[in-house]
Design a protein around this ligand. Sequence first.
Ligand SMILES: Cc1cc2nc3c(=O)[nH]c(=O)nc-3n(C[C@H](O)[C@H](O)[C@H](O)COP(=O)(O)O)c2cc1C
Length: 209
Amino acid sequence: MNKADTKEVIKVVGIAGSLRPGSLTREAVRLALAGAAEIGARTELIDLREYDLVFCDGTRSEGERAPDVLKLRQKVREAQGIILGTPEYHGSFSGALKNALDLMSFDEFGGKVVGLVGTSGGAMGAVNALNSLRLVGRSLHAWVIPLQVSIAEAWKQFDEQKRLRDDKLAARVREVGRQVARFAYLHHSRQAQDFLRLWEEAPQNPGAE
Ligand SMILES: Cc1cc2nc3c(=O)[nH]c(=O)nc-3n(C[C@H](O)[C@H](O)[C@H](O)COP(=O)(O)O)c2cc1C
Protein backbone atom coordinates (compact mmCIF):
# COMPACT_ATOMS: atom_id res chain seq x y z
CA MET A 1 0.00 0.00 0.00
CA ASN A 2 1.24 3.44 -0.82
CA LYS A 3 1.54 5.73 2.17
CA ALA A 4 1.05 9.10 0.54
CA ASP A 5 0.20 11.84 3.00
CA THR A 6 -3.24 13.14 2.07
CA LYS A 7 -2.09 16.73 2.68
CA GLU A 8 0.64 16.21 0.13
CA VAL A 9 -0.09 17.41 -3.39
CA ILE A 10 -0.62 14.49 -5.75
CA LYS A 11 2.28 13.93 -8.13
CA VAL A 12 1.64 12.69 -11.66
CA VAL A 13 4.49 11.72 -13.97
CA GLY A 14 4.19 11.09 -17.70
CA ILE A 15 6.39 8.65 -19.59
CA ALA A 16 6.48 9.13 -23.35
CA GLY A 17 7.39 5.97 -25.22
CA SER A 18 8.74 7.56 -28.40
CA LEU A 19 12.38 8.61 -28.67
CA ARG A 20 11.79 10.45 -31.94
CA PRO A 21 12.82 14.12 -32.00
CA GLY A 22 9.56 16.01 -32.53
CA SER A 23 7.52 13.11 -31.17
CA LEU A 24 3.76 13.71 -31.18
CA THR A 25 3.23 11.14 -28.44
CA ARG A 26 5.37 13.33 -26.20
CA GLU A 27 3.05 16.26 -26.95
CA ALA A 28 0.02 14.12 -26.10
CA VAL A 29 1.61 13.16 -22.77
CA ARG A 30 2.42 16.82 -22.10
CA LEU A 31 -1.23 17.70 -22.72
CA ALA A 32 -2.49 14.97 -20.40
CA LEU A 33 -0.08 16.26 -17.74
CA ALA A 34 -1.47 19.76 -18.27
CA GLY A 35 -4.91 18.33 -17.47
CA ALA A 36 -3.57 16.88 -14.22
CA ALA A 37 -1.93 20.21 -13.36
CA GLU A 38 -5.24 22.03 -13.98
CA ILE A 39 -6.71 20.32 -10.94
CA GLY A 40 -3.69 20.92 -8.74
CA ALA A 41 -1.35 17.97 -9.32
CA ARG A 42 2.40 18.41 -9.47
CA THR A 43 3.51 17.02 -12.83
CA GLU A 44 6.69 15.95 -14.55
CA LEU A 45 7.39 14.62 -18.00
CA ILE A 46 9.87 11.76 -18.06
CA ASP A 47 11.56 12.02 -21.44
CA LEU A 48 13.25 8.66 -21.98
CA ARG A 49 15.79 10.29 -24.33
CA GLU A 50 17.27 11.95 -21.25
CA TYR A 51 17.77 8.62 -19.47
CA ASP A 52 20.78 6.50 -20.25
CA LEU A 53 19.07 3.15 -19.70
CA VAL A 54 20.21 -0.40 -20.40
CA PHE A 55 18.13 -3.38 -21.42
CA CYS A 56 16.34 -5.13 -18.60
CA ASP A 57 18.28 -8.33 -17.84
CA GLY A 58 15.93 -9.57 -15.15
CA THR A 59 18.37 -9.11 -12.25
CA ARG A 60 16.91 -5.84 -10.87
CA SER A 61 20.57 -4.76 -10.52
CA GLU A 62 20.68 -2.89 -13.84
CA GLY A 63 21.02 0.33 -11.81
CA GLU A 64 24.58 -0.69 -10.89
CA ARG A 65 25.50 -0.43 -14.58
CA ALA A 66 23.24 2.51 -15.39
CA PRO A 67 22.48 4.98 -12.57
CA ASP A 68 19.68 6.48 -14.67
CA VAL A 69 17.71 3.28 -14.05
CA LEU A 70 17.68 4.21 -10.36
CA LYS A 71 16.70 7.80 -11.25
CA LEU A 72 13.79 6.55 -13.36
CA ARG A 73 12.60 4.20 -10.62
CA GLN A 74 12.85 6.97 -8.01
CA LYS A 75 10.84 9.46 -10.10
CA VAL A 76 8.05 6.94 -10.67
CA ARG A 77 8.10 5.77 -7.04
CA GLU A 78 7.48 9.35 -5.91
CA ALA A 79 4.34 9.65 -8.06
CA GLN A 80 0.83 8.56 -7.19
CA GLY A 81 -0.39 8.85 -10.78
CA ILE A 82 1.32 7.89 -14.04
CA ILE A 83 0.47 8.74 -17.65
CA LEU A 84 1.89 6.32 -20.20
CA GLY A 85 2.09 7.50 -23.80
CA THR A 86 3.02 5.34 -26.74
CA PRO A 87 3.10 5.35 -30.51
CA GLU A 88 1.53 2.34 -32.21
CA TYR A 89 4.52 0.28 -33.42
CA HIS A 90 3.63 -2.75 -35.53
CA GLY A 91 0.35 -3.27 -33.75
CA SER A 92 1.64 -2.80 -30.21
CA PHE A 93 3.38 -0.27 -27.97
CA SER A 94 7.01 0.77 -28.40
CA GLY A 95 9.97 -1.33 -27.34
CA ALA A 96 11.54 1.68 -25.61
CA LEU A 97 8.53 1.93 -23.31
CA LYS A 98 8.43 -1.83 -22.73
CA ASN A 99 12.07 -1.82 -21.67
CA ALA A 100 11.49 1.13 -19.33
CA LEU A 101 8.52 -0.69 -17.79
CA ASP A 102 10.50 -3.93 -17.48
CA LEU A 103 13.15 -2.03 -15.52
CA MET A 104 10.41 -1.24 -12.98
CA SER A 105 7.96 -3.30 -10.98
CA PHE A 106 5.41 -3.23 -8.16
CA ASP A 107 7.54 -0.81 -6.08
CA GLU A 108 7.02 1.80 -8.75
CA PHE A 109 3.54 0.89 -10.04
CA GLY A 110 1.73 -1.15 -7.40
CA GLY A 111 -1.50 0.57 -6.31
CA LYS A 112 -0.85 3.59 -8.56
CA VAL A 113 -3.37 5.11 -10.95
CA VAL A 114 -2.37 4.94 -14.61
CA GLY A 115 -3.80 6.70 -17.68
CA LEU A 116 -3.01 5.87 -21.32
CA VAL A 117 -2.62 7.97 -24.46
CA GLY A 118 -1.39 6.80 -27.84
CA THR A 119 -0.73 8.00 -31.38
CA SER A 120 -0.64 6.22 -34.70
CA GLY A 121 0.27 7.00 -38.28
CA GLY A 122 -2.63 5.00 -39.69
CA ALA A 123 -6.37 5.46 -39.46
CA MET A 124 -6.90 2.49 -37.12
CA GLY A 125 -5.37 4.41 -34.22
CA ALA A 126 -3.25 3.17 -31.33
CA VAL A 127 -5.94 0.98 -29.77
CA ASN A 128 -3.91 -2.22 -30.01
CA ALA A 129 -0.95 -0.51 -28.36
CA LEU A 130 -3.16 0.87 -25.60
CA ASN A 131 -4.90 -2.42 -24.96
CA SER A 132 -1.54 -4.21 -24.70
CA LEU A 133 -0.33 -1.51 -22.33
CA ARG A 134 -3.47 -1.97 -20.24
CA LEU A 135 -2.54 -5.62 -19.70
CA VAL A 136 0.96 -4.62 -18.66
CA GLY A 137 -0.52 -2.13 -16.18
CA ARG A 138 -2.58 -4.92 -14.65
CA SER A 139 0.52 -7.11 -14.35
CA LEU A 140 2.28 -4.26 -12.58
CA HIS A 141 -0.66 -4.16 -10.11
CA ALA A 142 -1.64 -0.67 -11.18
CA TRP A 143 -5.16 0.69 -11.59
CA VAL A 144 -5.47 1.62 -15.25
CA ILE A 145 -8.39 4.02 -15.69
CA PRO A 146 -11.04 3.10 -18.28
CA LEU A 147 -10.66 6.33 -20.25
CA GLN A 148 -7.87 6.20 -22.83
CA VAL A 149 -7.22 8.33 -25.89
CA SER A 150 -5.91 7.12 -29.22
CA ILE A 151 -4.91 9.82 -31.70
CA ALA A 152 -5.20 8.24 -35.15
CA GLU A 153 -3.27 9.78 -38.05
CA ALA A 154 -1.43 11.93 -35.55
CA TRP A 155 0.56 13.61 -38.34
CA LYS A 156 -2.75 15.24 -39.45
CA GLN A 157 -4.09 16.05 -36.00
CA PHE A 158 -1.31 18.30 -34.74
CA ASP A 159 -0.56 21.75 -36.19
CA GLU A 160 2.91 23.29 -36.70
CA GLN A 161 3.01 24.39 -33.06
CA LYS A 162 2.37 20.77 -32.05
CA ARG A 163 -1.11 21.64 -30.81
CA LEU A 164 -4.09 19.40 -31.50
CA ARG A 165 -6.34 21.00 -34.11
CA ASP A 166 -9.49 19.41 -32.69
CA ASP A 167 -10.47 21.02 -29.37
CA LYS A 168 -12.67 18.09 -28.38
CA LEU A 169 -9.82 15.64 -28.87
CA ALA A 170 -7.50 17.92 -26.90
CA ALA A 171 -10.06 18.06 -24.08
CA ARG A 172 -10.23 14.24 -24.01
CA VAL A 173 -6.44 13.99 -23.70
CA ARG A 174 -6.46 16.55 -20.87
CA GLU A 175 -9.30 14.59 -19.26
CA VAL A 176 -7.05 11.51 -19.04
CA GLY A 177 -4.67 13.57 -16.90
CA ARG A 178 -7.48 15.08 -14.84
CA GLN A 179 -8.92 11.66 -14.08
CA VAL A 180 -5.55 10.19 -13.16
CA ALA A 181 -4.97 13.04 -10.69
CA ARG A 182 -8.50 12.81 -9.31
CA PHE A 183 -8.48 9.02 -8.86
CA ALA A 184 -4.97 9.16 -7.42
CA TYR A 185 -6.20 11.66 -4.87
CA LEU A 186 -9.23 9.53 -3.97
CA HIS A 187 -7.05 6.45 -3.77
CA HIS A 188 -4.66 8.10 -1.35
CA SER A 189 -7.19 10.08 0.71
CA ARG A 190 -7.36 9.50 4.45
CA GLN A 191 -10.65 7.58 4.13
CA ALA A 192 -9.21 5.32 1.43
CA GLN A 193 -6.12 4.71 3.57
CA ASP A 194 -8.29 3.87 6.62
CA PHE A 195 -10.43 1.54 4.52
CA LEU A 196 -7.35 -0.24 3.17
CA ARG A 197 -5.88 -0.59 6.68
CA LEU A 198 -9.11 -2.11 8.00
CA TRP A 199 -9.29 -4.37 4.96
CA GLU A 200 -5.74 -5.59 5.40
CA GLU A 201 -6.24 -6.16 9.13
CA ALA A 202 -9.52 -8.03 8.68
CA PRO A 203 -9.21 -11.65 9.95
CA GLN A 204 -10.81 -13.08 6.86
CA ASN A 205 -9.34 -11.21 3.97
CA PRO A 206 -9.40 -13.25 0.80
CA GLY A 207 -6.99 -10.89 -0.99
CA ALA A 208 -4.29 -10.92 1.71
CA GLU A 209 -1.37 -13.31 1.81
C1 LIG B 1 8.63 1.03 -36.10
C2 LIG B 1 7.33 1.71 -36.40
C3 LIG B 1 6.18 0.97 -36.48
C4 LIG B 1 4.96 1.58 -36.74
N1 LIG B 1 3.83 0.81 -36.79
C5 LIG B 1 2.64 1.40 -36.98
C6 LIG B 1 1.45 0.62 -36.97
O1 LIG B 1 1.47 -0.60 -36.80
N2 LIG B 1 0.28 1.26 -37.18
C7 LIG B 1 0.21 2.63 -37.37
O2 LIG B 1 -0.88 3.15 -37.55
N3 LIG B 1 1.32 3.39 -37.36
C8 LIG B 1 2.52 2.81 -37.15
N4 LIG B 1 3.66 3.59 -37.12
C9 LIG B 1 3.55 5.06 -37.19
C10 LIG B 1 3.55 5.68 -35.79
O3 LIG B 1 2.62 5.07 -34.93
C11 LIG B 1 3.19 7.16 -35.85
O4 LIG B 1 4.03 7.83 -36.74
C12 LIG B 1 3.25 7.80 -34.47
O5 LIG B 1 2.52 8.99 -34.44
C13 LIG B 1 4.69 8.10 -34.07
O6 LIG B 1 4.70 8.67 -32.80
P1 LIG B 1 5.75 9.81 -32.43
O7 LIG B 1 5.41 11.02 -33.23
O8 LIG B 1 5.53 10.00 -30.97
O9 LIG B 1 7.13 9.30 -32.71
C14 LIG B 1 4.89 2.99 -36.90
C15 LIG B 1 6.07 3.74 -36.84
C16 LIG B 1 7.28 3.12 -36.59
C17 LIG B 1 8.54 3.94 -36.49
